[in-house]
Design a protein around this ligand. Structure first.
Ligand code: ADQ
Length: 467
């Protein structure tokens, strides 16, 4: 029987669906694999002094996983290095934060090769292989070099940059060429798919074929948008669970009749937290009538703490939150609660449900699952309002949110005011339209659409059903 073999950098399914794994990829893949006969291969999160190709196969939270450890040098050069100091900032439009170092390149190639060597013997002829994200771009090529003939798909969870930006990356051609060993390449939305296609046509002298496939470097592949979703049913259930109710009550009790604005993010410069704090400060300045009647809860869980850019954004936010509270707080009111810890999913669901406004304003984001979780957790009879950045992939689908430019603090401040004052009828209309999308385009639809498309390609990567 054909299995789905998922390969990603980190493998961390939550042991219990109510418990969070912070990070969109972990949430999406564990939801996608729970109902599929499959295997999830990747890094255990553990670091050992020397690399060993020993694999630990376990079952966690309904998902079968095959785990390997990284060695210290891999962690520095591949994970903290090429993945998070080179590709992540470049793909999130932050060339100022990009570090290029030869040792990072080497670490990236080495770990991809090691992953390929280790996973290869686990793959059977009928299996479908699905590789995930920027850590693993060359994985398809490495597996083909070992003789793997199976269908191999790739999905990028983060944005694909415009060609002008990508060409600043040393050996950018090599990276893009390696994508051509996949049968299918999935991106979060059309804009990202078009950026990759544009690069292939302009820089790699590629050609679009009449059947929609694209060829370059003597090979052919397919590129398509597959917008990721959440496990909407699970999240809706979580939002009415006992734990969620406790958190809902806690938030309502502690807000003492004040309106609540919520933000939930990994602590990452791409999430626009500094700009969000500035916009909230602007809102308080523009609308003194709201002083004392509203508060903003920002939950930001530290991530990638070994990378300098993450240390400095953390320091900046500590200082900004102190300033905002110092400036506006009164003896009985704190305008900003800034929290650096993670919460269980059912706790988060209760917090989202209690919030009148969900503030999701990344500067650049592949999709952003928090926007979808916020909507799924709302009370249909008295829903909150989502404010969403136009630069989140989710904005292409969630058009009934209040869409803002996160760099423009006056616009975000005005959207906060509009959201807080929005009449019930309009809130319900927007919520219903958004909820329809969240439920229809959920994580199962995402997985099924991708896998169906991958299976439909014949051995020569031609669509076997011509529509
Ligand atoms: P991320 O950058 O991690 O994901 P996002 O899509 O918002 O971003 O997912 C974050 C996940 O972590 C959500 O499920 C959220 O609930 C959870 N989370 C965040 N902070 C938390 C906290 N304090 N406590 C508990 N849980 C918390 C990457 C891309 C995104 C893309 C996803 C999926 O960067 O653009 O949407 O992958 O493809």
């Amino acid at each position: 029987m054909s299995r789905l073999i998922v390969i990603s950098n980190r493998v961390n399914p939550p042991a219990d669906t109510a418990v969070a794994s912070v990070g969109g990829l972990a949430m999406a893949l564990s939801a996608a694999l729970r109902q599929e006969n499959g295997l999830w291969f990747g890094w255990s999160g553990k670091v050992t002094p020397r690399f060993s190709n020993q694999i630990a196969i376990q079952r966690i939270g309904g998902v079968t996983v095959a785990l390997i450890n990284l060695e210290q040098q891999d962690l520095q050069e591949y994970y903290n290095g090429y993945a998070n100091k080179t590709l992540w900032p470049l793909f999130h439009h932050r060339p100022d934060l990009v570090a290029f170092e030869r040792s990072f390149d080497e670490g990236y190639s080495r770990v991809n090769q090691r992953f390929a060597n280790t996973v290869f013997p686990l793959i059977e002829p009928d299996d479908i292989v699905w590789v995930h994200d920027y850590h693993m771009i060359p994985m398809g090529k490495r597996l083909r070099e070992k003789g793997l003939k199976n269908r191999i798909g790739f999905f990028l969870h983060i944005p694909w940059p415009a060609p002008a930006l990508l060409t600043t990356l040393p050996r950018h051609q090599e990276l893009v060429e390696s994508l051509f060993d996949y049968d299918l390449i999935g991106l979060q939305n059309e804009e990202n798919a078009n950026s990759l296609i544009e690069y292939i046509l302009q820089v790699a002298d590629g050609k679009m074929l009449p059947d929609g496939r694209i060829s370059a470097y003597g090979k052919t592949t397919s590129i398509k948008a597959f917008p990721i979703g959440i496990d909407a049913r699970e999240f809706m259930e979580a939002s009415t669970s006992q734990k969620a109710r406790e958190y809902y009550e806690l938030m309502r009790y502690s807000s003492a009749g004040r309106k609540l604005i919520v933000g939930v993010d990994r602590l990452d410069y791409s999430k626009g937290l500094e700009e969000r704090f500035v916009a909230y400060d602007q809102f308080l300045r523009n609308h003194p009538d709201y002083q004392g009647n509203v508060f903003f809860l920002q939950i930001a869980t530290p991530s990638r703490g070994e990378v300098n850019a993450y240390q400095s954004i953390r320091e900046k936010l500590d200082s900004m939150s102190g300033h905002i509270n110092g400036e506006h707080a009164t003896v009985d009111w704190v305008p900003l609660r800034y929290v650096n810890r993670s919460y269980r999913r059912d706790e988060l669901a209760g917090i989202y449900r209690a919030a009148h406004v969900g503030l999701v304003t990344p500067l650049r984001d592949g999709m952003n699952l928090v926007a979808k979780e916020y909507i799924a957790a709302q009370d249909p009879e008295d829903p909150g309002v989502l404010i969403l950045s136009e630069f989140a992939g989710a904005a292409a689908q969630m058009k009934d949110a209040l869409i803002v430019n996160p760099f423009d603090r006056e616009t975000v401040a005005e959207a906060i005011r509009e959201a807080l004052a929005m009449p019930l009828r309009e809130r319900i209309a927007r919520y219903e339209a958004l909820m329809h999308g969240v439920v229809t385009d959920d994580v199962v639809a995402w997985r099924d659409n991708f896998v169906r498309e991958l299976k439909s390609l014949d051995q020569n990567n031609k669509p076997s059903v011509v529509s």
